[in-house]
Write a protein that binds this ligand. Structure first.
Ligand SMILES: CNc1ncnc2c1ncn2[C@@H]1O[C@H](COP(=O)(O)OP(=O)(O)OP(=O)(O)O)[C@@H](O)[C@H]1O
Length: 195
């Protein structure tokens, strides 16, 4: 197996190589794991994302989510955060795991990634997130804007399309923090879970 095809440290399941980059640098050393969630509503060619108004990732578009609290499961946290941040309830399905490390930080983010094709309730802006629909298709018929990749976490484009296909995946993305506080992707790897 060539070096770019080999899963990174921390991903122990059987995976088929999907995509990778930044191969000229080493993976960052392991750090204690903290658990997070992120949830997306995907309906055919459209995806619901939120503009993060405050806190970590402010100014970026992302799915809805946050920290898993001590007395809840990851799925419970994902459902709770989706309701708190977007005002809706959805039958979330687990589809991915992203290990995310920032050079110089004190933890590894273990992010459980969820999606649903349906939801109940009225999509509502919260203190933290402004929800908006985007088109995953290049020739959109509904007049929706395309997914704003340049205002999202780098490497999200590697896995967001897998949500529409319902393909389980695992990934790791190591970032450096640039001078003005911008996050620069350093090394990343994504694989599909063997079924
Ligand atoms: C490449 N890197 C990344 N790609 C995609 N999503 C990422 C991410 N890095 C963090 N995320 C998500 O960003 C949210 C932060 O959560 P965050 O707002 O800090 O948590 P929570 O709502 O619990 O915070 P407060 O308690 O309100 O401070 C949370 O959904 C987490 O999964």
């Amino acid at each position: 197996m060539s070096d770019d095809q080999k899963p990174p440290p921390g991903l122990d399941e059987k995976l088929s190589y999907h995509t990778s980059g930044g191969l000229e640098v080493e993976w960052l050393p392991p750090l204690p794991i903290k658990y997070y969630t992120v949830a997306h509503i995907v309906q055919n060619d459209k995806i619901l994302l939120g503009y993060k108004k405050r806190g970590f990732g402010q100014g970026k578009y992302n799915g809805f989510g946050g920290k898993v609290e001590p007395n809840e499961s990851s799925l419970q946290a994902a459902i709770r955060e989706l309701e708190e941040e977007a005002g809706i309830k959805a039958p979330l399905k687990h589809i991915g795991v992203l290990l995310f490390i920032v050079n110089g930080a004190d933890k590894t983010f273990h992010i459980d990634i969820y999606y649903a094709e349906e939801f109940e309730g009225t999509i509502t802006e919260s203190d933290e997130m402004k929800p908006e629909w985007f088109s995953l298709s290049t020739n959109d018929k509904d007049g929706l804007p395309p997914v704003p990749w340049d205002k999202m976490w780098d490497t999200d484009h590697c896995w967001i399309p897998l949500l529409r296909e319902g393909k389980p995946f695992r990934g790791r993305a190591d970032f450096d923090k640039g001078e003005s506080g911008v996050f620069i992707p350093r090394r990343w790897w994504y694989g599909l879970l063997d079924e």
